[in-house]
Design a protein around this ligand. Structure first.
Ligand SMILES: C[C@H]1O[C@H](OP(=O)(O)OP(=O)(O)OC[C@H]2O[C@@H](n3cnc4c(=O)[nH]c(N)nc43)[C@H](O)[C@@H]2O)[C@@H](O)[C@@H](O)C1=O
Length: 410
């Protein structure tokens, strides 16, 4: 990969991934430009401070809702590559204010593509799509029946004789479950359409959840590790959480940055690539592994009323699931095999450790109106381009806990 002296424009440079990507490109010798909204206080956004980007990247004042400002940014940067990362990315916010999310994400992408067309830009544009585009993915016959009971129908339906759609390949059906996810489907299709219609050089990345130090505080991995660190410091006496049954494919942000750079140089024009780790773990496991990483020895878990007791819940195995072998806990296996499920009525879970009990309390307000139950990637396509996953879930947790040691980050 040679990014030396290349001009790179990043939308969303002040975001979580944007700032990691910018630091990496600066180190590779690129001329990095970032589209940034004007700030009245003139202060450098915190992610850019954390990655010491001041003076190393060129900020260009602009706004994705304002096509003129994007066109000006293209004129100034003359980009070889554009990484389009800017978005309203918090799923619950999209349920609260769907129109705002669609404006930012759908129209923002449309404006960027249109500015590229008007300016006759020959940059390669990498669109940050999302695993949320797959949305409702069927994992078993039991889950299929539950979904049919809840929604009455799913579209597209399972193929004849199929009982699982996991792991998720690029060819899986798209069944977005939130306004955020719909906005990403729009961007994904429009990005590819600009290639087909106008020969604009575009690539779609569909990244599964990616995490690390500096991840926004409202996302679940930060919610968990921040509270675990506060427990450790005696600043709180419990963990508050939403749905612990959901499964996500968590990747370290640096592995995703590797993926973005590979897509920029090696992907087929107009094509779509998943980015993920080919593992899936529950929110409950993220809590248990975070407690473990913070030094706790976990003996058992049970619901507040003493039901659903599991001994050694964080015991690890590499058993195959849907033909893939990956690290997961005993509770993950039980949940994946439909032997264990928590609901709001359980109110919470007591985690018994050598140092006493830790209370994990369910907050009903954190449960979503429509939930994506499981995400689990098939990344064979991007692996063929040479991308390898270098970090484990424990590596991610360690980085996040270390970040929250600093009081100002909590
Ligand atoms: C790839 C994709 O990744 C992200 O989307 P997300 O998966 O919605 O991420 P999250 O960390 O907000 O939730 C993960 C899961 O965790 C559950 N959950 C339980 N308790 C809490 C809780 O207390 N807070 C939150 N936020 N979630 C909770 C929640 O119900 C959900 O099932 C975005 O970057 C998005 O932009 C994107 O593209």
């Amino acid at each position: 990969m040679n990014f030396k002296d290349k001009n790179v424009l990043i939308t969303g440079i002040s975001g979580f991934v944007g700032s990691y990507l910018a630091e990496r490109l600066v180190n590779e010798g690129s001329n990095v430009y970032g589209l940034l909204r004007r700030r009245a206080d003139g202060v450098t956004p915190v992610n850019m401070q954390n990655h010491e980007l001041d003076g190393k990247v060129t900020p260009l004042t602009g706004n994705l809702k304002d096509i003129t400002s994007i066109a000006n940014a293209i004129d100034t940067a003359e980009p070889d590559y554009i990484f389009h990362l800017a978005a309203q990315s918090f799923v619950p916010q999209s349920f609260d204010n769907p129109a705002d999310t669609e404006q930012n994400n759908a129209m923002g992408t449309s404006n960027l593509l249109e500015a590229m067309r008007i300016k006759d830009s020959d940059a390669r544009m990498i669109f940050a799509g999302s695993s949320e585009e797959y949305g409702l993915v069927i994992s078993s016959q039991q889950q299929y029946e539950r979904v049919i009971k809840q929604y009455g129908t799913i579209f597209p339906d399972l193929k004849e004789g199929q009982t699982t759609e996991l792991p998720i390949a690029e060819t899986n059906p798209l069944r977005p479950m939130s306004p955020y996810a719909v906005s990403k489907v729009y961007g994904d299709f429009l990005t590819r359409n600009y290639y087909h219609s106008y020969d604009i050089d575009t690539v779609v990345s569909r990244a599964f959840n990616h995490e690390g130090a500096g991840r926004g505080k409202m996302f679940v991995t930060s919610v968990v590790t921040n509270q675990v660190m506060q427990l450790k410091m005696g600043l709180t006496d419990k963990i508050t959480i939403g749905n612990v049954n959901a499964f996500r494919d968590w990747t370290h942000v640096n592995d995703i940055v590797d993926g973005y750079l590979t897509l920029a140089t090696k992907a087929n024009k107009g094509d779509v690539y998943n980015q993920g780790s080919m593992r899936t773990n529950s929110i409950l496991t993220y809590i248990l592994l975070s407690l473990k990483e913070s030094g706790e020895n976990i003996n058992s878990i049970s619901t507040f009323n003493g039901d659903k007791k599991v001994d050694d819940p964080a015991e690890m195995n590499n058993d195959e699931y849907c033909g893939v072998s990956f690290a997961k806990t005993k509770v993950d296996s039980m949940m994946l095999n439909n032997e264990l499920e928590y609901n709001i009525e359980d109110k919470g879970i007591i985690v018994n450790t050598d140092n006493g009990d830790v209370k994990v309390e369910f907050n009903p307000a954190r449960f979503r109106p429509a939930e994506v139950p499981i995400l689990f990637s098939n990344t064979k396509k991007i692996q063929k381009l040479g991308v390898e996953i270098k970090h484990s879930v424990d590596d991610i947790i360690r980085d996040q806990l270390n970040y929250y040691i600093k009081k100002e980050n909590q």
